[in-house]
Design a protein around this ligand. Structure first.
Ligand code: AMP
Length: 211
């Protein structure tokens, strides 16, 4: 069966970390709209120019821009056996658009209490080269501030600062949390406790999605 998977959860819940591991396990692509947008910003494309300031404030990029890049990405041959969407959909309009493009069969909701989120994000560090993620306390790199995988110096994302994180959380509660009911009503929402070690969270996801 094709595995069309959506990762849901507040920023910092661990969607990207789990999506990367699932992508390796299942051999299907990890599609992060945040990564695609950051790439566009770095390259200075038209999309990147439109998205840059919106992202710096922790607001959402307009639905039609995001929908277009996701539709194009899902049409590529590597998505035939399935995919893991991370950071999309983020609004009801995006979820409805996704329904019109393809059927989702698993929605993995990683739940982490809100009071833990800010600490998770401000201590997060990212590799600008390979995208690997670390947490200075829970998942630190082996060598001080260098990526374990490729040795590149780690950075803090521009939007992982306390003020922007608080806004991202408010935006999540206002615009994205409605998707929990949207998918719960269809019987495809699976709630996973995200406040546990990375490998335990993965194990719970595998119990849902299958070996
Ligand atoms: P993320 O890496 O998923 O936390 O996304 C980083 C930022 O990119 C978000 O705060 C938004 O500004 C933008 N973004 C990513 N995905 C979407 C989406 N599906 N809809 C609108 N904006 C998005």
């Amino acid at each position: 069966m094709k595995k069309s998977i959506v990762m849901l959860g507040a920023p910092g819940a661990g969607k990207g970390t789990q999506a990367k591991l699932m992508s390796e396990k299942y051999g299907i692509p990890h599609i992060s709209t945040g990564d695609m947008l950051r790439e566009a910003v770095k390259e200075g494309t038209e999309l990147g120019l439109k998205a840059k300031e919106i992202m710096e404030r922790g607001e959402l990029v307009p639905d039609d821009l995001i929908n277009a890049i996701v539709k194009e990405r899902l049409a590529r041959p590597d998505c035939e056996k399935g995919y893991i969407l991370d950071g999309y959909p983020r609004t009801k309009a995006q979820a409805e658009f996704l329904d019109s493009v393809d059927g989702v069969n698993f929605v993995i909701f990683i739940h982490v209490p809100e009071e833990l989120i800010v600490k998770r994000l401000v201590l997060r560090r990212t590799c600008p080269n390979c995208g690997a993620m670390y947490h200075l306390e829970f998942n630190p790199p082996k060598r001080d501030n260098l990526c374990d995988k490729c040795g590149t110096p780690l950075i803090q994302r521009d939007d992982d600062t306390e003020d922007v994180v608080k806004n991202r959380l408010a935006v999540y509660n206002e615009k994205t949390a409605v998707l929990l009911d949207y998918y719960r009503n269809r019987g495809i929402l699976y709630k996973i406790d995200g406040n546990r070690p990375i490998k335990d969270v993965l194990q719970s996801i595998v119990q849902v999605v299958g070996e």
